[in-house]
Design a binder for this molecule. Structure first.
Ligand code: GDP
Ligand code: MN
Length: 377
């Protein structure tokens, strides 16, 4: 789950970090009032789940409350990378002396968190990594000990030669790591981490992705979820306990188990098709889950054929077959459905499907090739 900047910066402040705390506004008038309350020049920032807002025109300085209202009027409703802006953050504008980058993420290859900094902040860090990888400094964090003081000092030393600044930088870096751990994050980033006119190190941006598997123990972060910004299909899937990822192809896939889902997507590509989604109905699937899955897949107008690929282990093929029959009678399918069921209670499933007029195969190749052909027909 991604947090908005204003939420991530709240997490940073909870760890003691200095940020330019602002006020969230949903209307131009509220932005004006916020600017008046803050006093002095402000920055008006689009709150969307993506970076690159500055380049897209979603971050603007305003010298007065009236200007803040006008800036907010232009930013609210704007679309940034396909995301509609429904909130802005109005924050005190800082004088920027220098901009740096600090981030931490779970590095699967290193099998631990990796903390990174670069003195080239305020720009796209992926761009820096491609152009000048030496400008990014990294340390691996041993989860048994956390970020050690000397590691934070080492990183801060790559950002600031001035001792007082380096001390502040080390503190901010340690606080970033604390916020990352305490929020169950998979990524946390400050870009830019600035030195302001008063010689203070301040986080002017905040980005954080939370590991969904951590949310059960962090109700205050779960409460930050903005259900309105989620794709309806993702919301439905989460409510039904299905793991779902929307993709851009035409073959809707309904599979049990992440491994089989990936193998199925590989085979769809092998036969020249593109999967429309990744949908794992999980083990021990009840007919209800199958109904929910089909409802989710059929709301995607890009889906031209639906492929069921079920291996019955704990999952019983007859449960899935019942779900398919029930769902198709309820949803009214407009696209062809191809089914492969194999394993536990396969014979029962065959009878249920045959009675309802469905065909099915037991070879994965056959069924995938057929679905790809139907989707491209
Ligand atoms: P992003 O483009 O989505 O990463 O949004 P940021 O929050 O990083 O803002 C983009 C840029 O706006 C930053 O890199 C800064 O250069 C600038 N910016 C952000 N806050 C301030 C501020 O308080 N004062 C000034 N002068 N510039 C700011
Ligand atoms: Mn930024």
């Amino acid at each position: 789950m991604d947090l908005y900047e204003y939420q991530a910066s709240e997490r940073f402040r909870a760890a003691g970090m200095r940020t330019n705390q602002g006020v969230v506004a949903e209307t131009p008038e509220a932005a004006r009032a916020a600017a008046e309350q803050i006093g002095g020049p402000v920055i008006v920032k689009a709150q969307v789940h993506t970076g690159g807002r500055g380049k897209a025109g979603g971050v603007k300085l305003a010298a007065s409350p009236a200007e803040a209202r006008d800036r907010a009027g232009a930013i609210l409703g704007m679309e940034i990378k396909g995301l509609r802006v429904r909130k802005v953050l109005v924050a005190p504008a800082e004088d920027i002396v220098s901009e740096a980058y600090a981030g931490v993420l779970v590095d699967r290859e290193a099998q631990c968190a990796v903390m990174m900094v670069s003195a080239e902040g305020g720009v796209d860090i992926e761009e820096v990594a491609a152009r000048d990888p030496g400008a990014i400094h990294k340390v691996r964090v041993d989860p048994r000990y956390g970020l050690l003081a000397h590691q934070a000092r080492f990183l801060a030393g790559r950002l600031y030669s001035d001792k007082a600044l380096a001390r502040q930088g080390a503190k901010a870096i340690a606080q970033l790591y604390d916020a990352f751990v305490e929020s169950g994050a998979s990524m946390a980033e400050i870009n830019p981490l600035v030195v302001n006119g008063a010689g203070e190190v301040v986080a002017l941006d905040a980005k954080m992705s939370i590991d969904d598997n951590e949310l059960f123990r962090l109700p205050e972060i779960e409460a930050m979820r903005d259900a309105g910004a989620e794709e309806p299909a993702s919301r439905q899937a989460r409510a039904a306990g299905l793991s779902f990822v929307k993709l851009s192809g035409a073959v809707g896939c309904c599979v049990n188990g992440a491994g089989l889902a990936m193998a199925t997507m590989d085979l769809v590509k092998y036969y020249g098709g593109e999967p429309a989604n990744f949908l794992d109905i999980g083990g021990s699937s009840s007919p209800d889950k199958v109904v929910a899955a089909l409802e989710i897949i059929t709301t995607d107008p890009d889906v031209k054929a639906i492929l069921f690929n079920i291996f019955g282990g704990i999952t019983r093929c007859d449960d899935v077959a019942k779900g398919i029959v029930e769902a198709t009678s309820r949803v009214g399918l407009e696209v062809p459905l191809v089914i492969r069921l194999t394993g536990t209670n396969e014979a029962l499933a065959k009878d249920i499907l045959a009675e309802a007029g469905f065909q099915f195969a037991s070879s994965m190749d056959d069924v995938v090739e057929k679905a790809v052909n139907l989707a491209s027909a």
